[in-house]
Design a protein around this ligand. Sequence first.
Ligand code: SR1
Ligand code: MG
Length: 398
Amino acid sequence: MTDCKFSSDAEVIAFARDNSGVFQAGATLGVEEIGDGNINFVYRVYSDDGTSVIIKQALHYIRIIGEGWPLSQDRIRIEAEALQQEAAFCPDLVPRLYHFDAERFAIVMEDIGAHENLRHALIARTRLPLLAEQLGRFTADTLFHTSDLYLDAHRKKELVGRFINPDLCKITEDLFFWDPYCDHERNNINPLLWDEAEALWQDTPLKLEVARLKYRFLTCAEALLHGDLHSGSVFACAEGTKVIDPEFAYFGPVGFDVGSLLGNLLLNYAGQAQLPGSAAERSAYQDWLLETIAGFWNTFSGRFDSLMTEKTQDPSLNLPLYRESYLADLLADSIGYAGTEMIRRTLGLAHVADLESIEDPQQRALAESQVLKLGRAMIMQRGQFGTIDALIAFVRAN
Ligand code: SR1
Ligand code: MG
């Protein structure tokens, strides 16, 4: 356990000056703490000529909980190495890494300031023309190129070893796959939803399917995941998209990353029905969200299929029938993991502003109840949809 926390603004500034290589010698620098995430400390260091960098520091505990929930500081090395892996295939879609410091447990990276947190952008009903295509490309390229469909078998196993991330995985194992399915002290439940939560705790068929998804999360070292690909880990603007924060990266099932994005778009979809604005505005934005879901999946699956066709060397895996069955299984998996994200954001510890910003508890409960029903159906019926259009038709009808 190391307490490496910067003790003053001057220390943060000196660290940025020495380790970024972007500031003019002698420039006057300022610093602000900007972290609103759950886990780390994040600072922006800027000079008066407009140059700036981001510093992220991982302490030996979870920021919002304190020393009562210790957490391995190796997560910041994992984040630095995951950013490098992602940059190898999608350099335009991740912030540039300037420096990783193993003593301070800190990284220095590009300030993506012109981009807005995707969760806030979606709540404000912003239409982002490049989002679907860029998220589809990000997931297809990062996941394919770190899987056995591309990597040499020795290199793949070497990489699996570098990304063993037990503390961060344990957070997901508990918060996604167990807490919401029992009366856990960490849960955070709208009292108006209590009856539905109790019914869910008794729902044995659902718990069986969640156990199946959890076991795959624990054991299926398929590709290097981002591992926490919710809307708060994406920054976007009209000109482009950046994916940040891969500290939960590990080798897991591809459908977990894809499903996290699908689940977050659907959380916003359900929230929109209760957020302020006219019925026409809400429904037009919900249409845009569903188009984005289709565009994301179609880009992802089309690109993944092309990559398998062109780059998979193993002849046993590069068979047209195998490609087809792989992508069908992947859609089912993704829909199931999307359902677990939706349920855990409604009953579990970490809620999302898409629902929390609905001020009236009764209206919030309506959206939360829709999320629970959709999430349950998506987990239970994940193998039956078959196409993204069938999922979208189901969402429209429910
Ligand atoms: C206590 S950590 C809660 C959540 O924040 C992270 O971003 C992950 O999504 C985690 O589940
Ligand atoms: Mg994060």
